[in-house]
Design a protein around this ligand. Structure first.
Ligand code: A2P
Length: 275
């Protein structure tokens, strides 16, 4: 006689480059952010991204599992002990349909090879730094807004963030508020950060696309500042593909040129992660 006993043991973590989840915040039904343990050897520059993800489903023919990875900007600054990420939830998205259900103590895969162009080193010195973001494209700026080097190198830092709805602005709004009220972060920021959020599909005190507010000059009027000038202004762009293209045309029109790590110029661009 044989007796079948089911022994339920906790699976041993077998993920390559595993990073443990420390905290998860759901902002609305479409957005969440989370913090993970930072691998001790991971160095990065504020504004860079890494590949993160989960193990994919077992392939029925090979019986093997492959990691499902996407590029995510690190939303925390380079000096922070943990790593923070900000993500959309796409209900049928291969990764985010599952990633949105992670909880404290779970593990994600984190490939420790940070790269990216939204870094201070890829810009020529200037006086004003513009951060242009739509949706989750604010993530690299969440990192840069807490980076001392940004405020040492620029006199003014202007964050323009456009979302469809007010609730989508909340992550950025709370972060800016925290930076300005926190003793250590406000010392880094030195009162230089200006925040210009807008919505496009819900009533808000400032409305309109970043692109339209730049082209019309509304943002310069609202902030009481001179228009963008290639001598003084530098830009960083992170949004969806169409947004990036449109804003590049506008920045080119102001006489700014796209730069890269190897060739710093007046602005840099990165595509926001979309599942
Ligand atoms: P809009 O509502 O007018 O499309 P999405 O969720 O589609 O990625 O868009 C996020 C935000 O970016 C929305 O407010 C959207 O405005 C805006 N947006 C989308 N495409 C562009 C673009 N090409 N130029 C400027 N803003 C854009």
């Amino acid at each position: 006689q044989s007796q079948v006993t089911e022994v339920k043991t906790k699976p041993v973590p077998t993920l390559p480059d595993a990073a443990k989840v420390l905290e998860v915040t759901h902002w609305d039904d479409r957005l969440f952010s989370f913090k993970v343990e930072r691998p001790q050897t991971l160095r990065f520059r504020s504004g860079e991204f890494v590949m993160i993800g989960l193990m994919g489903d077992v392939n029925p023919t090979t019986g093997k599992q492959k990691p499902l990875l996407r590029a995510y900007s690190i939303a925390s600054p380079s000096w922070e002990e943990h790593l923070e990420f900000y993500s959309i939830k796409v209900q049928d998205g291969p990764l985010t349909s599952r990633l949105q259900h992670i909880g404290v103590g779970d593990e994600i895969i984190l490939r420790p090879k940070p790269v990216g162009t939204l870094v201070v080193d890829a810009l020529l010195p200037g006086k004003r730094l513009w951060m242009f973001a739509t949706g989750t494209g604010i993530a690299p700026f969440a990192s840069l807004m807490r980076e001392p080097e940004v405020f040492e190198k620029f006199d003014e830092v202007i964050l323009m963030h456009t979302c469809r709805q007010v609730s989508e602005l909340e992550y950025g709004r709370q972060l800016v508020e925290f930076i300005k009220s926190d003793e250590m972060l406000s010392e880094i920021e030195q009162g230089k950060l200006r925040y210009y959020p807008t919505t496009t599909r819900e009533e808000f005190h400032h409305m309109g696309r970043v692109t339209d507010n730049l082209s019309s000059g509304k943002v310069f009027e609202d902030l009481g500042i001179a228009p963008i000038n290639p001598e003084t202004d530098r830009g960083m762009v992170c949004g969806n593909l169409a947004f990036n293209k449109d804003i590049m045309v506008i920045l080119d029109g102001f006489g700014l040129r796209e730069g890269a790590n190897s060739e710093p110029k007046e602005y840099v661009v990165e595509k926001a992660f979309v599942d």
